[in-house]
Design a binder for this molecule. Structure first.
Ligand code: 8YV
Length: 332
């Protein structure tokens, strides 16, 4: 009868996930779902056998160094690991796992929603109708004209799982698929998507109608869409970002939008996390951008699937097996 591992959750997870966690582990839940302060997070690291953080928890080298001797696994509830110094964890003999695959399709769906919302003025139209108290000015042939998206060129930056899932959807919407990635995808996938690979990101940017960002946030992708590169985009182009805010030089993006040198943007993530630049709110009022509060993977089913993955990883690890979703430091 082995002692159950102490598993500390930094945030509230869906009820079925927490119920299962309590059955299997000595689970410490965050019942009021407050965001842990840094001292709370460090206290959790000192005590836990397994930590289950989310993307909001900053686990950099300095924090990880303070982990207690029992902490052997960080099983993050999320796909991205940009909040965790995986190399520092490895140095301390701490394994890191994530929850890939299960949020791919939900994230791709929401990316499509943003891709449609901005050019087709979906949010603007909905707000206008709501604000009219039910008496909108009336239809006319030139009423609420947006821009067509079918037949346009979509440039995907980062053709991993989510990028590919977006490409499949976009192809069905009649867009042609272009992509830039560290390496080419398989010939089968290129053929399926009729996708064009661009070795040069600069050249791709200059020719696309819509750009959608799907690479991980790493030191190498910080401001990958730099001020210089944003200026390569056509004034009719749209930018969609459901990946991470740090990949785009947000200030440069805002300036380009304000100056009318870019048609619009659909954003789910921001360079300064939850502190959204006020200029973006102004651009949203003007119908130039659609802003979402980091919700592209937020479905009940997805969150439960993510929780199941966390549990599978913890169980494998505790039973002495290789957890299926181990994140290796060299992935970064
Ligand atoms: C979620 C995400 O909000 O998984 C990620 O990397 O960015 C998001 O889809 C996150 O997983 C919740 O912890």
């Amino acid at each position: 009868n082995k002692k159950k591992p102490l598993v500390v959750l930094t945030r509230k997870l869906p009820d079925p996930v927490e119920t299962r966690m309590r059955e299997l582990f000595d689970a410490r839940l965050n019942l009021d779902d407050h965001r842990m302060t840094q001292p709370e997070l460090i206290a959790a690291l000192k005590e836990a056998d397994v930590l289950v953080p989310t993307i909001g928890d900053i686990l950099d080298a300095a924090v990880i160094e303070q982990a207690g001797p029992n902490l052997k696994l960080i099983a993050t509830f999320g796909n991205g690991v940009d909040n965790i110094d995986v190399a520092a964890a490895a140095k301390r003999g701490i394994t890191v796992t994530n929850t890939p695959n299960v949020l791919t399709e939900d994230s791709a769906d929401m990316t499509m929603a943003l891709m449609l919302s901005v050019p087709r003025r979906l949010v603007e139209g909905a707000q206008l109708l709501n604000a009219s108290g039910g008496k909108w000015p009336g239809w006319s042939p030139t009423w609420m004209l947006g821009r067509r998206i079918w037949g346009k060129r979509l440039g995907i930056i980062g053709m991993g799982r989510i990028g590919t899932a977006v490409a499949r959807r976009a192809k069905a919407f009649g867009l042609s698929i272009h992509y830039h990635n560290r390496k080419r995808v398989s010939p089968q996938i290129e053929e399926e998507l009729e996708a064009t690979y661009w070795d040069s990101l600069d050249q791709m940017l200059a020719r696309m109608d819509i750009i959608s960002v799907h690479c991980p946030s790493t030191p190498a992708t910080f401001h990958l869409l730099s001020a210089r590169r944003i200026q390569l985009l056509q004034p009719t182009a749209y930018v969609v970002n459901t990946a991470r805010g740090q990949i785009i030089d947000e200030n440069a993006l805002i300036e380009q939008l304000e100056q009318g040198k870019l048609a619009g943007a659909g954003l789910d993530v921001y360079e300064n996390g939850e502190a959204v630049d006020k200029r973006l709110l102004k651009l949203a009022e003007a119908g130039k951008v659609v802003l979402l509060p980091h919700m592209s993977s937020a479905t009940m089913e997805g969150r439960i699937d993510m929780g199941d993955k966390v549990i599978i990883n913890i169980r494998a690890f505790v039973d002495g097996h290789r957890p299926p979703d181990r994140v290796l430091p060299n992935r970064i």
